[in-house]
Design a protein around this ligand. Sequence first.
Ligand SMILES: NC(=O)c1ccc[n+]([C@@H]2O[C@H](COP(=O)([O-])OP(=O)(O)OC[C@H]3O[C@@H](n4cnc5c(N)ncnc54)[C@H](O)[C@@H]3O)[C@@H](O)[C@H]2O)c1
Length: 332
Amino acid sequence: MTRPVRVGVIGLGAIGQSLLKALTADPDVQVAAVCDVQGALAEATAQPLAASAWSDHRRMLAGVDLDLVYVAVPPRYHHAVALDVIAAGRHILCEKPLALTLNEAQDLHRAAQAAGVVHALNLPLHRDPGIETFRRLAQEEHLGTLRRGELTLVFPQWPRAWQHNPWIGGREQGGPIREVGPHLLHVILATLGPVGRVWAHTEYPAGDPAACETAAFGTLELAGGPLVTVSCLTNLPRPEQVSFTLYGSAGTAGLVNWAQPVAAAGEAPLEPVSVDAPRVPAGTRLVQALVRRVRGEPADLVDFSMGVRIQALLDAWERSSDAGTWVDVTPT
Ligand SMILES: NC(=O)c1ccc[n+]([C@@H]2O[C@H](COP(=O)([O-])OP(=O)(O)OC[C@H]3O[C@@H](n4cnc5c(N)ncnc54)[C@H](O)[C@@H]3O)[C@@H](O)[C@H]2O)c1
């Protein structure tokens, strides 16, 4: 009988706990070790799982026989912790954004490739049936020639109610562009191809240089020419909005509420489109794909190369905001 894939989890905050549910629900996975610098949190999480608890990830990597390690620490620590995981020869799932800077992200990708380990990023919209339906509607047969894209993010409060932690409202690691942006930048890159240039403008609260943005606007110029406008607003008395619309010469295709596809022909109003396939929870899909890849079987994962491409867009966004001009996206 094939033995379960032995998994270790580093970082047991909001998202670490969330993916742990999908990991423990999969009969092909054994969560063998969990780690958090908050030792009591590691102990409390480990106990019902019969896993070992650690407060130092290096000691966990040296002390436990693991196949795969999930890195769910805040972005500032992704680079150092993920490098240790890769150096220990473990397959790795890392949270998004892959790192804090483009250099760090490239470094992680190179290290993972050199070590020959499976490397994956947790982007739950990947292979979501609603996104797949949208991608079908985004083809020329429906849209005609793509004229413009429009990404709209509105958060009634930032940090959002479910994700309060010391870094999410900070400029260094947090803010909606870094935190939510990667999900939609992934959809844009996977659906429309590379972005060549970025223009961005970011607004920060006056008098608090450490706080993240309250608003951001920008334009992504696709390598083929069309423009995608981006608008991100926070702390307004409106419901959360995460929507993406593609306007073509013959029709419109979009996503509302993250992953619900909508479409229209010509000038007709946008209507919801039923999703092509049944929805399986994102964590379940991801864990099943990881198990297959760790066992040497084919499976579709977002790997660190996409993490680097997303990081190059975040990097260009930041450079453009600082410079006040268009900037080229660094080729990856
Ligand atoms: N994929 C998604 O949909 C999604 C959603 C939310 C957050 N995230 C990402 O997940 C990561 C974590 O986010 P969160 O909201 O769970 O953060 P969090 O702050 O709630 O949790 C992070 C945990 O890591 C622990 N930690 C910090 N440094 C550590 C270290 N060196 N070793 C071990 N533990 C350490 C902290 O004590 C904390 O418990 C971030 O990169 C975030 O961007 C991804």
